[in-house]
Design a binder for this molecule. Structure first.
Ligand code: NI
Length: 177
């Protein structure tokens, strides 16, 4: 397994609409494994293909991240089946190191996808799970968490990023331990 480079905000691939996976093969499974390894390394709870420079519709999420009990789920070509309610969230993103924003997302979400063996499944989740699925599926359409905040707040976040870049804390935010 390998630790992949995580694309940071400003990288064009984060704004691309990812393409569906045509065949779930060993190449895709190997990529998913590398994404999990990368996510662990960066201490994230989810990672989408775009974020490692691969605009394919693939996502990994650690459903157990809140409890610190790893429970990795693999989503290939995911689609939202249903979304219900609304909740206030605080969210971060590995492509935005040190940045957290307040957003609103559905309280409950059901998603359909293929698993790492290419078998279809559906999963329903609330709260953190709903937030994580919403956030990661957004990535596949080139949508980022700052698209969910007001223009004013977005400008504030952009200023903060410029400051981090100036301080040299933006380019290499995930140093090897
Ligand atoms: Ni993200």
């Amino acid at each position: 397994m390998a630790i992949l480079k995580i694309e940071l905000y400003g990288s064009q691939v984060l704004r691309e609409k990812a393409k569906p996976v045509e065949k779930v093969d060993d190449k895709i499974r190997s990529l998913l494994d590398d994404m999990v390894e990368t996510m662990r390394f960066a201490r994230g709870a989810g990672l989408a293909g775009n974020q490692v420079g691969v605009p394919l519709r693939i996502v990994v999420i650690d459903f157990g991240a809140l409890e610190g009990k790893e429970d990795i789920r693999y989503f290939i070509n995911p689609e939202i089946v249903s979304a219900e309610g609304k909740m206030d969230c605080e969210e971060g993103c590995l492509s935005f190191p040190q940045i957290f924003v307040k957003t609103q997302r559905p309280k409950k979400m059901k998603v359909r996808a293929l698993d790492r063996d290419g078998n279809p499944f559906e999963v329903e989740g609330e709260d953190f799970i709903s937030k994580a699925m919403g956030h990661e599926l957004d990535h596949l359409d080139g949508v980022l968490m700052i698209d969910h905040v007001s223009p004013l707040k977005r400008e504030f976040v952009k200023k903060r990023i410029k400051k981090l870049i100036r301080e040299g804390e933006w380019e290499n935010p995930y140093p090897q331990e």
